[in-house]
Design a binder for this molecule. Structure first.
Ligand code: 5RP
Length: 220
């Protein structure tokens, strides 16, 4: 199986977590694109979706799936999204696709976060993948200097503007031994909108795509 086929296998399995008649939280990325394709096959059984990015909204709407404003939704049973890295404790690095802030907001509302990923995303320690941080543009240099004080090597992601009109700094070589604490420390820097550590609100379920198909991994 290719990496993309493993992503697809995980995405299809996630349909089992979708509740009939519900509004489904939908993340962003290539794995989620497979999930949206799968969701389209049962679109008559759901009320619609809440989306974490303009890209996912466009794809959902192309299938005729109604996309609701999160402000009009009180109850979101399930949020399905990918990850750049995830540990067996269900802590993640996300934001490779620059959608981290909206992803974190939708994840906060959802009762159950289902992470879908190919098996290469499961890692013992977070930090090999550069940690994305969404930053208000005028604070870019200041935030960069503060990230150096936390031990990282910040790099401005050239040419990328988020759906919220902000910029992304990717932090390399960060030792993330305590993701819960690091998430809070980075978010406390003035000018940071949020960072790509999803540890304080971790995933509840991990569906991994493997060469033998999908497998559900229990949190440790
Ligand atoms: C986007 C994300 C994605 O979930 C993450 O980058 C994984 O993407 P892919 O499914 O393409 O590997 O956080 O902001």
């Amino acid at each position: 199986m290719t990496q993309d086929e493993m992503k697809k296998a995980a995405a299809i399995k996630a349909l089992e977590y979708v509740k009939p008649g519900s509004i489904v939280g939908v993340g962003t990325g290539s794995t989620v694109n497979h999930f949206i394709d799968a969701l389209a096959t049962i679109k008559n059984q759901i009320e619609g979706a809440v989306s974490s990015s303009e890209a996912s909204t466009a794809k959902l709407e192309s299938y005729g799936i109604e996309v609701f404003d999160l402000n009009s939704v009180d109850d979101l049973a399930v949020y399905v999204d990918g990850a750049d890295e995830i540990t067996e404790h269900m802590h993640m690095i996300k934001g490779g696709g620059a959608a981290l802030t909206r992803e974190k907001i939708v994840a906060a509302v959802a009762k159950t976060f289902v992470c879908i990923a190919d098996e290469s995303k499961l890692v013992p320690v977070l930090g090999n993948f550069p940690l994305p941080v969404e930053v208000i543009p005028m604070a870019r240099s200041y935030v960069g200097r503060e990230l150096v004080k936390l031990g990282g090597d910040p790099m401005y992601r050239q040419g990328v503007v988020t759906d919220n009109g902000n910029v992304i700094i990717d932090v390399y070589n960060m030792s993330i031994l305590n993701p819960i604490e690091m998430e809070q420390k980075i978010n406390a820097i003035v000018g940071v909108v949020t960072n790509g550590l999803f540890a304080n609100r971790a995933a509840d379920v991990l569906i991994l795509g493997t060469p033998n198909g999908s497998k559900v991994v229990e949190a440790k």
